[in-house]
Write a protein that binds this ligand. Structure first.
Ligand SMILES: Cc1cc2nc3c(=O)[nH]c(=O)nc-3n(C[C@H](O)[C@H](O)[C@H](O)COP(=O)(O)OP(=O)(O)OC[C@H]3O[C@@H](n4cnc5c(N)ncnc54)[C@H](O)[C@@H]3O)c2cc1C
Length: 431
């Protein structure tokens, strides 16, 4: 069986994983990026989420930049990013967002990866992981050409579901009593829309229409949440709701089927009832249901909602955010939502990226060490990209430091002030 050595192996090419891989490669590390699909992006492309939320505090203080910003600039060059716009959530909270075209995002991520020298291993699904004590020794992945072994100095698990560390035997955090995993959603593309009329609907009119559709069983969620495609008269709608554990294979498959049914019914409701949508029809389903939450690793620090709300200033902060705590109920109903003050930003500590069980592994994206409630804030793509950039930079530092015979990379030995300085030099915001 073919075996490949790399400084850093990144498992999962969503936005967190792609940023991690690019950041590590730009630091000079050799990087293999493993992704089960033939394209990168995860929820951002396969899930067609279509808007990057929350770049700044409500009063305009920037909290996410760096590689995430570069993604938007590159999308704009392809004509596939909208301008930063203020968006009023169904809760009344104002937030800035950037709508984008999910198909073109695939190209942008391709460009970033190839230009930085990352070795993309697409159409490759994780099979299992071999460990030696507290070290990840190797991963086996299933590819078109058969099984392949990857031997990383440092593994970054950005598979969303944290499959690699689960296979390796890491510990995970449990839901507290009364908590449930956030639901998955089948996004769908609908158009053409007369946006002059659709956007002119007042929040009260949207609320009345959405409540009616929900009460009549045509909408699985009482919302008409949409993100406009930047270069057409279509929008991606986020209306379905699928309360599952997406690591359960049968439940995930059933959710794909039910999600398409919910999307079809919702498209019919839009067409028949919503001003501006009369000429529209369902154009496409997302490639897969978007998954908000599954496994959260047990890390050296467990980030809590209280720490975000205070907010605690962490000496090892490697990213910042301003997205509110936003919990979707598993079925129907309103959001469980906790808005932040106008200048409120919080930080994410490096220790929340380090799994307690291993010395040469990091996590980034929606599986980092955080409570269910804290994850409901930090899961958005802007913050996932910022944390991914930090994980990639740290992994490269750890791997490159282990350059002597017999040296082993230690993620806890990374000089955090040098990591923070490097991230700031690369345009990231840490507060
Ligand atoms: C419906 C929905 C709406 C959302 N709305 C917004 C929004 O409006 N704005 C916002 O900013 N965020 C939003 N989010 C949150 C955001 O999209 C996600 O939290 C974020 O994209 C997570 O990125 P990630 O890279 O951590 O994980 P993922 O996007 O889940 O990426 C994981 C990657 O790993 C790959 N992978 C998984 N398992 C394996 C394996 N075993 N082998 C190989 N590859 C594997 C996957 O194919 C995927 O590419 C939304 C999420 C959902 C689901």
């Amino acid at each position: 069986m073919q075996a490949i050595d790399a400084d850093v192996v990144v498992c999962g090419g969503g936005v967190a994983g792609t940023m991690a891989a690019v950041a590590a490669a730009r630091q000079g590390a050799s990087v293999v990026l493993v992704e089960r699909y033939g394209f990168l992006g995860g929820n951002a492309t396969a899930g067609a989420v279509a808007q990057f939320n929350s770049w700044q505090t409500a009063n305009g203080r920037r909290v996410v930049a760096g590689l995430a910003n570069e993604v938007v600039e590159r999308l704009a060059r392809y004509g596939a990013a909208g301008a930063h716009e203020t968006f009023v959530m169904s809760t009344g909270h104002k937030m800035d967002r950037v709508p984008y075209g999910p198909e073109v995002l695939k190209l942008v991520l391709d460009d970033l990866v190839t230009e930085s020298g990352v070795k993309p291993l697409l159409h490759a699904s994780l099979l299992d992981v071999a460990t030696e004590g507290r070290r990840i020794a190797s991963l086996r992945v299933m590819t078109k050409g058969g099984l392949l072994t990857l031997r990383p100095k440092v593994l970054i698990d950005t598979s969303g579901d944290i499959d690699a560390l689960q296979r390796a035997g890491a510990r995970f955090l449990e839901l507290d009593e009364g908590e449930a995993l956030q639901p998955a959603t089948m996004m769908f593309r609908f158009g053409p829309i007369d946006f002059a009329r659709f956007d002119a609907l007042s929040p009260a009119e949207v609320h009345t229409l959405a409540q009616r559709g929900y009460a009549e069983g045509q909408l699985a969620r009482a919302a008409l949440h949409a993100s406009r495609d930047p270069d057409s008269a279509d929008a991606w709608f986020n209306i379905s709701r699928l309360g599952i554990d997406a690591t359960d294979a049968f439940a995930l498959g059933a959710a794909e089927i039910e999600g398409r049914r919910q999307a079809w019914r919702a498209a019919g409701f839009l067409h028949q009832n919503v001003p501006g949508c009369e000429a529209g029809q369902l154009r496409a389903f997302a490639t897969q249901v978007g998954v908000r939450e599954t496994r959260r690793v047990e890390g050296d620090h467990i980030l809590t909602a209280e720490e975000l709300l205070q907010p605690v200033q962490f000496p090892d902060a490697i990213a910042a955010g301003a997205y509110p705590i936003d919990i979707h109920p598993a079925a129907g109903g309103a959001l469980d939502y906790q808005a932040l003050g106008d200048d409120h930003a919080y930080q994410i500590p490096y220790r929340s990226l380090i799994p307690t069980a291993f010395d040469n592994a990091l996590v980034a994206g929606r599986g980092i060490s955080a409570t269910h409630k804290a994850l409901a804030a930090i899961r958005v793509m802007t913050i996932s990209m910022a944390v991914g950039q930090a994980a990639g930079t740290a992994a490269a530092m750890a791997a490159i430091a282990a350059n002597g015979p017999g040296d082993t990379a230690q993620v806890r030995a990374v000089d955090v002030s040098a990591l923070r300085a490097s991230l700031l030099a690369d345009g990231a915001c840490l507060a």
